[in-house]
Design a protein around this ligand. Structure first.
Ligand SMILES: CC(=O)SCCNC(=O)CCNC(=O)[C@H](O)C(C)(C)COP(=O)(O)OP(=O)(O)OC[C@H]1O[C@@H](n2cnc3c(N)ncnc32)[C@H](O)[C@@H]1OP(=O)(O)O
Length: 206
């Protein structure tokens, strides 16, 4: 597996892969200041043409927009990293490029999009549908039948009641209690959650 992104998020993914007995064949980052990720030297920017195509890639970048931009740029196949302690229903699906941290639960009939981050101990209940490039932060919880649009971040410890539709490129603040649908690009905080502003729109062509 190749990792693109040598930040703290990359460390967590590297450890998951190690736990699973996978081989990390290279770690890459565009930032020349990043020289090392755990025991792995950072090999500079990733150039897909230079590396064998038989190995898969995970984009280990926490920022949803940057992760999407990188995914669009790369003509390669993407792997997943799923911590052995994650509890994933056999009736749910996890898209390519997604990473599932320790203690995550995904209950039945849920669909997790591509390049998602399901962070430590988050809980995705039955029949949820998450778009691509979503990040559900540590200890956040989605009740049943929740839909999340592309690029949205659910903040640490936030919760979303059942049946809601959360738009794309939304930010749900830490600890927010979401009890109504949320429109695209909204930033919402508090209990009950209220919109405080809107994120800059992200073009579909990003
Ligand atoms: C492994 C990992 O590290 S995963 C990363 C997990 N990280 C997160 O979940 C972070 C989530 N981010 C937040 O909660 C942020 O506070 C955001 C994105 C909601 C807002 O950040 P900013 O855009 O910088 O807004 P800012 O800090 O200026 O706050 C704006 C107002 O909202 C309030 N506010 C911000 N966040 C919250 C929150 N989570 N709950 C309640 N109120 C909040 C602020 O107090 C401020 O109120 P005021 O205008 O009355 O002073």
């Amino acid at each position: 597996m190749y990792l693109i992104g040598a930040s703290g998020h990359g460390k967590v993914i590297a450890e998951i892969l190690e736990n699973n007995g996978a081989t990390i064949s290279g770690v890459f980052d565009d930032d020349p200041a990043r020289q090392q990720l755990l025991d792995y030297p950072v090999l500079g920017p990733f150039d897909a043409a230079k590396y064998p195509k038989d190995k898969q890639v995970i984009i280990s970048i926490g920022n949803n927009r940057i992760r999407k931009k990188k995914a669009r740029e790369l003509d390669t196949s993407f792997g997943t990293a799923i911590h052995p302690s994650a509890n994933i229903s056999a009736r749910s699906r996890v898209g390519e490029g997604s990473v599932i941290m320790a203690g995550v639960s995904i209950n039945c009939n849920s669909v997790i999009g591509k390049h998602n981050i399901l962070n430590t101990n988050c809980s995705i209940d039955h029949d949820c549908v998450l778009g691509d490039f979503v990040h559900v932060s540590p200890n956040a919880a989605l009740a049943g039948n929740v839909r999340i649009g592309e690029g949205t971040q659910i903040g640490i410890g936030a919760c979303v009641i059942q049946g809601l539709i959360i738009g794309k490129w939304v930010t749900i603040g830490a600890g927010t209690v979401v009890i109504t649908d949320v429109p695209d690009h909204a930033v919402i905080v508090g209990n009950p959650g209220r919109i405080i502003k809107y994120n800059q729109a992200v073009p579909d062509t990003l």
